[in-house]
Structures are given as structure tokens and as C-alpha cells.
Write a protein that binds this ligand. Structure first.
Ligand code: RP5
Length: 150
């Protein structure tokens, strides 16, 4: 995430990953404030077999896009809420030029959770144990939604 101030929202992403026992690392790295840290992190990620990177940033949110420009590891972007209610973050994250994709999720908490679930779904195509957990999660989810509103 681009700032420690994003953690309150992005902890929902980590909690979701943890609930599926997905090994992950959490870092504060800013495309604007700590570009060298970003470069180092990407080099390490390519060496250590990282399969997905989730990048959360707000405002002029370049983190996901710059990350995607520097690696072929799939990048999932989560726009953070901002003074412009996250619309700036969402457009900055989603409106990538053709050739450098960032899969962009909803602004804020829903995006934080869904980015994790999307990473889980992606990994589940390769790891049968993750697929089992995802199927169990989906069936529980189904049971939790009432059939009527009263
Ligand atoms: C972005 O600027 C961060 O991702 C954060 O959402 C936003 C504000 O950062 P702080 O000023 O709170 O550190 O880079």
C-alpha cells in the first residue's frame, strides 16, 4: 500500500488472505515517495516466486500502474478513498494505457476484500487445496444470504 494510512482499509485484504492461509507479505511502498523501495520489492518478488501483487493507493494513485510497468507478475489495484471520495484513485488505477494492465477493484473496503478473493480464485486454478477452501467459502456465503428480506 502507498501509505500507512491505507492500512485501516487494507487490513481487510490481509484478513481475507489469512482466512484462506495464503502466504503474503505486507509493505508500505509509494510510487512517488519511495520509488527505490518499489524497485527493490519488485526485484525480490520476481526472485521469490510471488504469484500476485495487490497494490493499494489513493489520490494520484500510481502504485499499481508503476508496479505493472516493472513486472509481468499480475497486479491487482485497489483504489483508496481520498479527498475526492476515491474517484481520482479509481481512475488513476484503472485507466492504464493498452499494454500494461492493472485489474482494478472497487474503492475501499469492498475492493480490499475482493482483491484478496480474486487472488485466491487465481491461485485456486493451480492449487487444489485453495480451490477446496474457495468452494467451501462460496457455499457458506450462499447459506448466509436470507431468501427473503424479513
Ligand atoms: C497515497 O496517498 C496513499 O496510498 C494514500 O492513500 C494517500 C495519502 O497518503 P498519506 O498522505 O496519508 O500518507 O500515496
Amino acid at each position: 500500500m502507498g501509505s500507512k494510512s491505507d492500512w485501516d482499509i487494507m487490513k481487510n485484504c490481509c484478513e481475507t488472505l489469512k482466512s484462506f492461509n495464503i502466504k503474503h507479505e505486507v509493505r508500505v511502498i509509494s510510487a512517488h515517495r519511495t520509488p527505490k523501495r518499489l524497485e527493490k520489492f519488485i526485484k525480490e518478488s520476481e526472485k521469490n516466486g510471488t504469484e500476485v501483487i495487490i497494490a493499494a493507493a489513493g489520490g494520484a494513485a500510481h502504485l499499481a500502474g508503476v508496479t505493472a510497468a516493472l513486472t509481468t507478475i499480475p497486479v491487482l489495484g485497489v483504489p483508496m478513498e481520498s479527498v475526492l471520495k476515491g474517484i481520482d484513485s479509481m481512475l488513476s488505477t484503472a485507466q492504464m494505457p493498452a499494454g500494461v494492465p492493472v485489474a482494478t477493484f472497487a474503492i475501499g473496503k469492498a475492493g480490499a476484500i475482493n482483491s484478496a478473493l480474486f487472488a485466491v480464485a487465481t491461485l485456486s486454478r493451480k492449487y487444489p487445496n485453495i480451490l477446496k477452501k474457495l468452494q467451501a467459502y462460496r457455499s457458506q456465503f450462499e447459506k448466509k444470504v436470507p431468501k427473503t428480506p424479513y
